[in-house]
Design a binder for this molecule. Structure first.
Ligand code: T5A
Length: 217
């Protein structure tokens, strides 16, 4: 049976504005009467949130790339089983902050793990679950990290996210992997310039969603 919801994923480098944009897009579609769920990976479940904390914390003993991949996939399997599977049958729109492309970009492009193995694990964790549309908020790595750091200092936080502490070359590889997926799957992955006011970017995203998924604006 075809699923009811349109499954839309948001991707990009840290600080590109995904959280800001998902909130605005969710608000827009709720206002016009759509039943919308916003969720995220890693996260979205109790176990997923625990794994998220483990994945993001700085640690004396570095996390091996494979351990990182397996923890991401464990969070995804839990999220798919307990949230996504049902949500895709009951909501009109499911908006997810990161999904399987993030694993290809970060653990594949960033860490250099084999993309075929990642694709296999993605499929095991969330069988047959492909986004209808993926919005990649594209921002130059230096700018994205600057935004992430500004937000962190504004909230009085310290720089403690393992991924945000990665060198520029890592984020450049991650971005290149996303752009490569966009070249291979232009119908699904839509690249949106993340430079500009948040309001302008929100209207671009809403237009792309409506055009690509044939929804009324
Ligand atoms: N990960 C995840 C993997 O390695 N593999 C995987 O398979 C998956 C699923 C957590 C980490 O997990 C990794 C990747 C990540 O490193 P996350 O929760 O998505 O993933 O964490 P971040 O990407 O770090 O998300 P952030 O919340 O830090 O950044 P956002 O959501 O992109 O940005 P946002 O909206 O919080 O904005 C950041 C700052 O910029 C400002 C905001 O006000 C805020 O201060 N801002 C703008 N400034 C100027 N112009 C605009 N248009 C702006 N929009 C927002």
């Amino acid at each position: 049976m075809a699923r009811r919801a349109k499954f839309i994923t948001f991707e990009g480098l840290e600080g590109c504005g995904k959280t800001t944009q998902i909130r605005a897009v969710e608000k827009h579609f709720r206002k016009i009467g759509k039943k919308v769920l916003a969720t995220r990976e890693p996260g979205g479940t109790d176990l997923g949130n625990e794994l998220r904390s483990l994945l993001l914390m700085q640690r004396k003993e570095p996390l091996s790339s494979w351990a990182e991949l397996f923890l991401m996939e464990a969070a995804r399997a839990q999220h798919y089983t307990h949230v996504l599977r049902q949500a895709l049958d009951t909501y009109d729109l499911v908006l997810c902050d990161r999904f399987t492309d993030a694993t290809l970009a970060y653990q594949g492009g960033g860490r250099g793990l084999d993309p075929k193995t990642i694709e296999l694990l993605n499929e095991k964790a969330a069988p047959g679950c492909r986004p209808d549309l993926t919005l990649f908020l594209d921002l130059e790595p230096r700018q994205a990290l600057k935004r992430a750091l500004t937000r962190m200092s504004a909230s009085g936080g310290v720089r403690e996210d393992r991924f945000e502490n990665e060198e520029l070359a890592f984020h450049t590889r991650v971005r290149e992997t996303y752009l490569d997926i966009a070249r291979r799957e232009p119908k699904r992955l839509c690249v949106v310039d993340a430079v500009g006011s948040p309001e302008t970017i929100t209207s671009t995203l809403i237009s792309r969603i409506c055009e690509r998924l044939s929804l009324p604006p």
